[in-house]
Design a protein around this ligand. Structure first.
Ligand SMILES: [Zn+2]
Length: 270
């Protein structure tokens, strides 16, 4: 049996800089709740596209990207959070616009990007951030690994989006039935053997499993998924001075959330 002491020892020596790999997620054995399908919306020919088409009318309320002022916050953290909640509400009721950008918009974005949020999400094929938040090209800066964990390279990616692109919001997004977290739960509770880099994938999730286990939850996998997202968000807040100073100034928020595969809804945990 792998003792808790051994697990914690491995974590203490091997957590920093662990490489992560994607994992094929397990099947969901629960049938999803039926959702009203969105009406098909064929893509218009590029030549006939009248103008850069925003996903929602509210997009027009935000200023155009300003490449000359890379440090400027063009949307404050609460506005960004509101846009994500609004977009997910549209997605969850089956009304996602799925609007494809016009060639004019694609060309406009070639000059520079100003994503309004950074999503730290899972590689799971069922949780693509642009879809579940009803967003389009150039709106979200996405870092994805199985289990929503953040490697050193991932941290650098987030830092780049905050410092150089001015993104005012980071959302660490876990999801129900996460196979990567499930693998970490199996390592901790069933002494499952993960070969090669799969163990490196599960390693950063193990502290959340051990922490969640202490409260003896009815559903350890679900509790671990939530604890993992919360812990990652908390660590990010102080992972770099660029984050903590912007948070103190009200220019950046870091929050955790869980997406439900069953309902399509994102629950923000703060
Ligand atoms: Zn997952």
């Amino acid at each position: 049996m792998v003792s808790r002491r051994l697990l914690l020892g491995v974590l203490a020596t091997g957590l920093a800089g662990s490489p992560l790999v994607a994992l094929a997620e397990g099947d969901d054995h629960h049938a999803p709740a039926p959702r009203k399908p969105a009406a098909p919306r064929p893509r218009a020919p590029a030549a006939a596209a009248p103008a850069p088409a925003p996903v929602r009318s509210t997009v027009n309320e935000y200023p155009k990207p300003m490449q000359t002022e890379p440090e400027e916050v063009f949307v404050n953290p609460d506005e960004a959070l509101g846009r994500l909640k609004h977009g997910n509400a549209i997605f969850a009721r089956g009304g996602a616009s799925m609007a494809l950008p016009s060639w004019a918009r694609i060309n406009e974005l070639a000059a520079g990007q100003k994503p309004f949020a950074i999503i730290v999400g899972c590689s799971d094929s069922r949780v693509p951030p642009e879809l579940v938040f009803d967003c389009s090209l150039g709106e979200l800066f996405v870092v994805r690994t199985a289990g929503s964990t953040v490697s050193r390279e991932g941290l650098g990616s987030i830092l780049y989006a905050v410092e150089h692109l001015g993104a005012p919001l980071v959302v660490v997004l876990g999801h129900t039935k996460c196979g990567a977290v499930g693998a970490a739960v199996d390592v901790a509770t069933k002494h499952a053997h993960l070969h090669g880099a799969l163990f490196d994938m599960a390693l950063p999730i193990l502290p959340a499993v051990l922490e969640a286990e202490e409260s003896q939850p009815a559903d350890l996998q679900d509790a671990s998924i939530r604890r993992n997202a919360i812990n990652i968000a908390e660590r990010l807040k102080t992972a770099d001075e660029a984050f903590s100073s912007r948070i103190a100034a009200g220019r950046l928020k870091v929050v955790s959330a869980v997406y439900s595969l069953q309902t399509g809804q994102v629950e923000f945990m703060g």
